[in-house]
Write a protein that binds this ligand. Structure first.
Ligand code: SF4
Ligand SMILES: [Zn+2]
Ligand SMILES: [Zn+2]
Length: 311
């Protein structure tokens, strides 16, 4: 009979694959919360600000993030931000579960709709040259709008639910392509260097997909479990599958890669690449390293496509 490795209770519900240990629900919740709390403190996340905007997407990771921050740091000022990207029923379901959790936790929620506020929705990019890079362009839109919403609401920090699997997947791609400048920015805390730019933190950066899933399950949190319909066959999903296969052959691979990145590689990359200076975008006034920010550049394409259709 398997037992919880911490309290000895019989038939534990959760098996943590990389640890090869099983835990009961209560022990797992305290284990998860202690790990997130340690990471928050270890990486100095509390130093970049106390008014925190938590980006919620309705998925397990971001809802785990909101819950764990609320439970572990009850005095932190939290505001959830949900961007409705206009991806049909997927976005509506994600909004519903995000709203439900915020109500349960008593956390203020800002809902920002792309259709009414920006005049386009993410699926519009399918008609543009970005159709094969939907997640890339969607990421640009989300980064920009999250920052804009945070800035307009006086939130100093944006916390996102990026976890270890997400981080390793991106690292994998960046190293493969030798994109060291971007790799230098892949870290638990990105401190703002512009008054209109919120700092960014990733409190779940040491947690795996599996652990996030167990945490929402143990707390009975409802989350949107369906896949985004735009993600099918994406390179990101293929890379995630590949990493899963490597982890099966080399248990602990993800933790090792992340640890080497943070402790050995990042300090050297930071010496090579300082944080780029930011100026104001000539079109929207938000911070950018170029004359026109990437958001204004991509949005122009969607609006152009719409104009062409209307003619
Ligand atoms: S899966 Fe890709 S397109 Fe869908 S919401 Fe996420 S980043 Fe956007
Ligand atoms: Zn136990
Ligand atoms: Zn701009």
């Amino acid at each position: 009979m398997t037992r919880c490795y911490r309290c000895g209770r019989e038939a534990p519900r959760y098996h943590i694959t990389y640890m090869r240990r099983s835990m009961c629900g209560d022990c797992f919740v305290s284990f998860y919360e202690r790990k997130v709390k340690n990471a928050y403190i270890k990486y100095g996340m509390y130093r970049v600000g106390r008014r925190v905007g938590v980006a919620v997407s309705g998925g397990k990771d971001s809802l785990a993030l909101l819950s764990v921050l609320k439970r572990v740091f009850p005095h932190l000022s939290l505001t959830a931000i949900y961007l409705n990207l206009g991806i049909g029923g997927y976005s509506d379901e994600s909004e519903r579960v995000s709203r439900k959790l915020c109500d349960e936790l008593g956390v203020d929620l800002i809902i920002y709709r792309l259709d009414s506020s920006e005049g386009f929705v993410v699926p519009d990019f399918r008609e543009t040259a970005f159709r094969k890079r939907m997640c890339g362009v969607c990421g640009t839109v989300k980064r920009y709008l999250l920052n804009k919403v945070a800035y307009e609401n006086g939130l100093e920090v944006i916390a996102t639910g990026h976890n270890l699997d997400d981080t390793v997947e991106v690292l994998f791609e960046l190293y493969l392509r030798g994109n060291l400048e971007e790799a230098a920015r892949l870290k638990p805390v990105l401190v703002s260097n512009h008054p209109k730019m919120a700092s960014r933190i990733k409190p779940l950066i040491e947690m795996t997909d599996e652990e996030d899933l167990y945490y929402v399950d143990a707390l009975g949190i409802e989350y949107a479990s369906s896949w985004c319909p735009l993600v099918k066959g994406s390179r990101m999903m293929n890379r995630k599958m590949l990493i899963k296969q490597i982890e099966e052959k080399i248990p602990g691979y993800r933790h090792l890669l992340f640890k080497s990145h943070v402790k050995k590689i990042l300090p050297k990359l930071e010496q090579l690449y300082s944080q780029p200076a930011l100026n104001d975008c000539e079109l929207c006034g938000m911070p950018t390293t170029a004359r026109i920010c990437s958001y204004c550049k991509v949005v122009k394409r969607v609006r152009r496509a719409e104009d062409v259709e209307a003619q």
